[in-house]
Design a protein around this ligand. Structure first.
Ligand code: FE
Ligand code: CA
Length: 526
């Protein structure tokens, strides 16, 4: 087996690793990466930690990136231009006594020496430990878990979801606590990085590399270094080491509020290149499968993740294909255009894929894991003021999803949301203007990890919005993550919050919990 390849005396082969899913970065057939002796970095190349993601019942993606000098200005992490071969080991114990897989994977300059190893042949629903080696350097050990098989009936799915981690505005205290939770999986709903320049010295973590007033990042080197900066954080690294992640992106991985080829700041011709650079850097830094490899400015990110017969996550990409914003481009607005049936938020192709998947739903719980707020949300006490960046700006698109949920019917429909830097729990109504209309599911929006800083328990406007939107059960403005425990009988979401993120070390506590009983749509207080 190719995964049994060992190091030759003078460098090594990347291996004909197709049989074990050795990931050769865009090429199915691997080729030798180092015929001459490798030039290995003297300093620790594993400064960005390790990660795993996109688990399946028989495999998972292992990730690392070699960066002895993580913020080197050229975006290459202090690595020479030559490719190097990185060894990896996978074991069923944390001490690597029982190694079940070992092999080599290429790290190439064209991918900033990122390494993606796409494993298969593993056993379902098991813990594995993994690490990388380069020369004398050994990476930190990561832990990951495969998914149950499609026919399996797992008793429970413990997972958490997160979003929005602006490095400058706070510490990743949420991740420190999340890493210690008992979870199978972490879902990241976007805003993994922010593209902004430095906010200045008054913010909790002054950002190196840019000055206040600079343009936001635009180039591949800049995006790479922004990911590298974020990934040097010990708490974020710990959360990646602890669990497999399923990630999707929102706007700030590219540019604030972008919609397909339109955005607020950059002319379309230049934006195409920027989007290609941004998606490339996103791919390089996430534990994604090879099918997500971007082609220029395009990337296939939406996908389904099934956890036995218990839950299906429809992981959406609501940025790449969305129609241009409605109603003249203001952030908050209202007009007939948002109901135009020709406009889509997921885009026509992804919408077809979503509807086909929902119509065939075979699992107990059926989930949208996605970016922007789904339910109707009339803002500021005004029944006709909506966010044009959220599903409200694409109301016909939402109506079509709800029609499929009703007609299929889709059992136990749950929406998970990031983006808004707020905890909100809401019921999804057949008619949001009629509290007596049918409840079709529930939405759990999770707050930011750090974006917008310390936050506050009850934002000043929240009482008004709770009144104007009677389907809302809860609004909270603190930082944290949402921990979920899903069984056949019920879904439980715990809103985990930290009282501050402007300095490190805050505790975390459960601010509020909700359950949904299977077969009985609607939020219930615990
Ligand atoms: Fe955000
Ligand atoms: Ca966002």
């Amino acid at each position: 087996m190719a995964d049994q390849l060992t190091l030759g005396r003078r460098g090594l082969l990347a291996g004909a690793g197709g049989a074990v899913g050795l990931y050769s970065l865009g090429q199915r057939r691997a080729r030798p990466v180092a015929a001459a002796p490798q030039r290995l970095p003297r300093d620790d190349p594993f400064t960005l930690g390790v990660a795993s993601g996109d688990p399946s019942p028989d495999g998972v993606v292992l990730w690392t990136r070699l960066a002895p000098e993580p913020l080197a200005e050229d975006g290459h992490g202090g690595m020479p231009p030559q490719p190097v071969a990185v060894r990896y080991e996978v074991a069923t114990d944390e001490h690597f006594r029982a190694i079940v897989r070992r092999g080599t994977a290429p790290a190439r300059a064209e991918f900033a020496h990122a390494v993606h190893v796409e494993l298969d042949g593993l056993l379902p629903h098991r813990w594995y430990w993994y690490r990388f080696r380069l020369g004398a350097h050994v990476s930190p050990t990561g832990r990951t878990r495969t998914l149950p098989e499609p026919g399996a009936q797992p008793a429970a799915l413990p997972f958490a979801f997160v979003s929005c981690q602006d490095w400058q505005t706070g510490y990743y205290t949420a991740y420190r606590h999340l890493a210690a939770e008992d979870l199978d999986l972490v879902v990241h709903l976007g805003d993994y990085i922010y593209e902004y320049a430095s906010y200045g010295p008054d913010y909790p973590r002054p950002q190196p590399g840019t000055e206040p007033g600079d343009d936001s990042i635009r180039t591949l080197a800049e995006y790479r270094n922004r990911y590298a900066l974020y990934r040097t954080d010990a708490d974020l690294q710990a959360a990646h080491r602890a669990f497999a992640w399923v990630t999707t992106l929102d706007d700030h991985e590219v540019q604030d509020s972008w919609a397909d080829e339109t955005n607020l700041q950059v002319p379309p011709s230049a934006f195409r290149d920027q989007r290609a650079a941004a998606l490339r850097a996103y791919y390089e830094h996430m534990p994604l499968r090879r099918r997500a490899l971007p082609q220029g400015p395009d990337m296939r990110l939406y996908r389904r993740v099934a956890y036995g017969d218990l839950a299906t996550f429809n992981v959406l990409d609501t940025r790449q294909f969305r129609a241009a914003p409605a109603c003249g481009g203001g952030r908050l607005s209202d007009c007939d255009e948002r109901w135009d049936p020709a406009r889509s938020l997921p885009g026509a192709e992804q919408e077809r894929w979503l509807h086909a998947g929902l119509a065939d739903a075979e699992t107990r719980w059926n989930v949208l894991a996605q970016q922007v707020f789904f339910s109707q949300w009339a803002m500021d006490g005004d029944p006709e003021l909506f966010s044009m960046d959220a599903w409200d700006g694409y109301a016909s698109s939402r109506e079509r999803v709800l029609r499929t949920v009703t007609e299929a019917p889709v059992p136990n429909f749950i929406v998970l949301t990031g983006d808004i830097h707020l905890n909100i729990a809401a019921d999804i109504k057949a008619d949001f203007t009629d509290p007596d209309s049918a409840t079709l599911g529930s939405e759990f929006a999770g707050t930011s990890v750090s974006s917008a800083g310390d936050g506050t328990d009850l934002p000043w406007w929240a009482p008004t919005d709770l009144q104007t939107n009677p389907h809302f059960a809860f609004i909270n403005g603190q930082r944290g993550y949402v921990r979920c425990h899903v069984t056949r009988g019920r879904w439980r979401s715990d809103y985990r919050v930290a009282p501050y993120v402007s300095t490190p070390g805050a505790p975390v506590s459960t601010r509020r919990s909700f359950v949904v009983e299977a077969g009985h749509p609607g939020l219930q207080e615990v």
